[in-house]
Write a protein that binds this ligand. Structure first.
Ligand code: 2BA
Length: 109
């Protein structure tokens, strides 16, 4: 079994959840915040049998779009944590950041 951890944009999460549940998968949705943009995103935990991992990855790939976002993160000026300045920039966010971890043990107690 594998644990698929995927960080997706909030806009894509409902559609992806629908597809996962429709495909017979189980998922846990976490409200998360990106460390760089400091904006909300969604992290899904999906436990899947090894032979189903490719299908889950395919569902993620076909559902999650990358988007351009102009953001104004606060960045440190000259490396000092005391002096942060707003710095407008364009970034490509998503489609999805995916981690696939081996599960040593899985139980429902
Ligand atoms: P954030 O950390 O808010 O990053 C949002 C987007 O900002 C990133 O999109 C990337 O395009 C850009 N970005 C991030 N760090 C940057 C930097 N140091 N300099 C310039 N641009 C930067 P994605 O790469 O698609 O990541 C989307 C979200 O996925 C991230 O939100 C974070 O929550 C998660 N993520 C991405 N890589 C990760 C990793 N290696 N470990 C844990 N979480 C990760």
């Amino acid at each position: 079994m594998k644990l698929i951890i995927t960080v997706v944009q909030d806009q894509d999460a409902p559609h992806l959840l629908e597809k996962l549940l429709g495909g017979g998968y189980r998922a846990t949705r976490l409200a998360t915040t990106g460390g760089f943009l400091r904006q909300g995103n969604t992290t899904l935990l999906v436990g899947a049998e090894d032979e189903n991992v490719d299908e889950v990855l395919h569902l993620i790939e076909e559902t999650c779009s990358s988007r351009q976002q102009t953001v104004t993160p606060w960045v440190p000026l000259g490396g000092s944590v005391d002096s942060y300045v707003p710095y407008p920039m364009e970034v490509t966010v998503g489609g999805a950041t995916v981690f696939v971890l081996a599960v040593e043990d899985f139980r429902k107690l």
